[in-house]
Write a protein that binds this ligand. Structure first.
Ligand SMILES: *Cc1c(COP(=O)(O)O)cnc(C)c1O
Length: 394
């Protein structure tokens, strides 16, 4: 073999005895075949077979199998972001003339996708109250193909009665999907409640380190899996094995990360309730959290994201209060090791519910020492308290 040929043919080395605890990162675009016949027949390998790097390598399939096991699914499809994992479901099942029902509290880009992309292609969407429960039956008609749920709702933390919605959907042969990003399959398993598509943004708790964008959709039904795979193939969506190996590393520690942030978040939420400038704390352990009973019944715990609604008076001092943060960073895309606060209102993201212009602090607890985190939070509410005290005296 000449050198120019040699340099593109790497020597084979033995893997015998190389037993490790890690998943190798298999990178590939080309998949090669033993003979011309095998190449000609490659389509017969089906959605699970190796035909092209975009459609899967052993690394991507290891992550898919891992998520399937956790979600109690038969198959999982990986997409380049959480948003892509949602849109692939909609694109795989909806056709012109069909209708999809989405909760008012849906991750806001989903509403935009419905209003701007699907509507222009003859697919309608109807926005429903996330706490509608079994009454969703009244919104189902012959054109309804899919009911999307997200529990809890983005920012305002409504826990949906997913089993009641699924029962109403099944009675009319309508498919259901659930955005399970907040809970992850460690705290809630939508497929066990009859949901057809369980979706997660792996960018959040599963990746867990604020350095990855990826999404997953898990299903029990192989026909639905084939539809998702075929749609992804037509659109040309796939994920990088390097990114998958990062997620496989992140997922190993999700159990201890979630248990820790869940405990700290719950404790903080309980302490914040009575502090100055607080109108309501939206954490599922508190009985006034919308859908608290559904959470108690269906979830095995809470993760580390919750929301504080502040009073109109406190809003005036918000910039000053947040200017003193030492440990929390200001930003979104939660679920990593660093704690985040995002000051936000849902104005413009809702069409059904009132109190749209409330100012909220969405808090994501990370892995820093709880004392340092509490010092930051205490400083925020001290600022609100001293401002209102001085306001009262003059
Ligand atoms: C972040 C998020 C998404 C989108 O995930 P990306 O990977 O950022 O596209 C979807 N749903 C929920 C609930 C999220 O928090």
């Amino acid at each position: 073999m000449k050198d120019l040929t040699r340099v593109v043919h790497h020597p084979m080395v033995s893997l015998k005895g190389f037993d490790t605890l890690t998943v190798p990162t298999y990178r590939a675009s080309s998949i090669i075949f033993d003979d011309a016949q095998a190449y000609a027949n490659r389509k017969h390998r089906g959605p699970d077979g190796y035909t092209y790097g975009l459609h899967g390598t052993p690394t991507t399939k290891t992550l898919e199998a891992q998520i399937s096991a956790l979600e109690h699914a038969e198959r999982t499809v990986l997409l380049p972001s959480g948003q892509a994992a949602i849109t692939i479901v909609f694109l795989a099942v909806l056709e012109p003339g069909d209708k999809v029902l989405i909760p008012d509290t849906v991750y806001p880009p989903v509403r935009i996708f419905c209003a701007q992309y699907l509507a222009a292609r003859g697919i309608d969407h109807v926005v429903y109250d996330p706490l509608i429960g079994g009454d969703i039956a009244e919104l189902i008609d012959d054109r309804t193909r899919l009911i999307w749920t997200e529990s809890p709702g983005s920012t305002t933390m409504e826990f949906q009665d997913v089993p009641a919605i699924v029962a109403a959907a099944k009675a009319r042969s309508v498919l259901t999907g659930c955005d399970n990003t907040w809970a992850t399959p460690l705290l809630f398993k939508p497929l066990d409640h009859g949901v057809d598509f369980s979706m997660q943004a792996l960018s959040k708790y599963v990746g867990g380190h604020s350095d990855i964008l990826m999404g997953a959709v898990s299903v029990k039904d192989i026909d639905l899996y084939t539809r998702l795979k075929d749609t992804g193939r037509m659109i040309g969506m796939g994920v990088s094995p390097d990114d998958c190996s990062m997620v496989l590393r992140g997922i190993e520690t999700i159990g201890v990360r979630l248990a820790h942030v869940g405990q700290v978040a719950e404790e903080f939420a309980g302490r914040i309730v009575d502090l100055p400038g607080v109108r309501q704390v939206l954490h599922p352990s508190l009985s006034d959290c919308p859908g608290h009973e559904s959470w108690r019944r269906d979830f095995s715990g809470a993760s580390g994201v919750f929301t504080i609604i502040i009073t109109a008076e406190a809003e005036a001092d918000l910039a000053k209060a947040l200017g003193q943060l030492k440990t929390f960073a200001i930003g979104s895309s939660w679920g990593g090791t660093r704690s985040l606060i995002a000051p936000m209102s849902v104005e413009g993201d809702r069409t059904l519910r009132d109190s749209k212009s409330d100012m909220m602090l969405r808090v994501s607890i990370g892995l820093e020492h709880p004392d340092d985190l509490w010092a930051d939070l205490a400083a925020i509410f001290d600022t609100f308290g001293s401002a209102s005290a001085s306001g009262a005296s003059d």
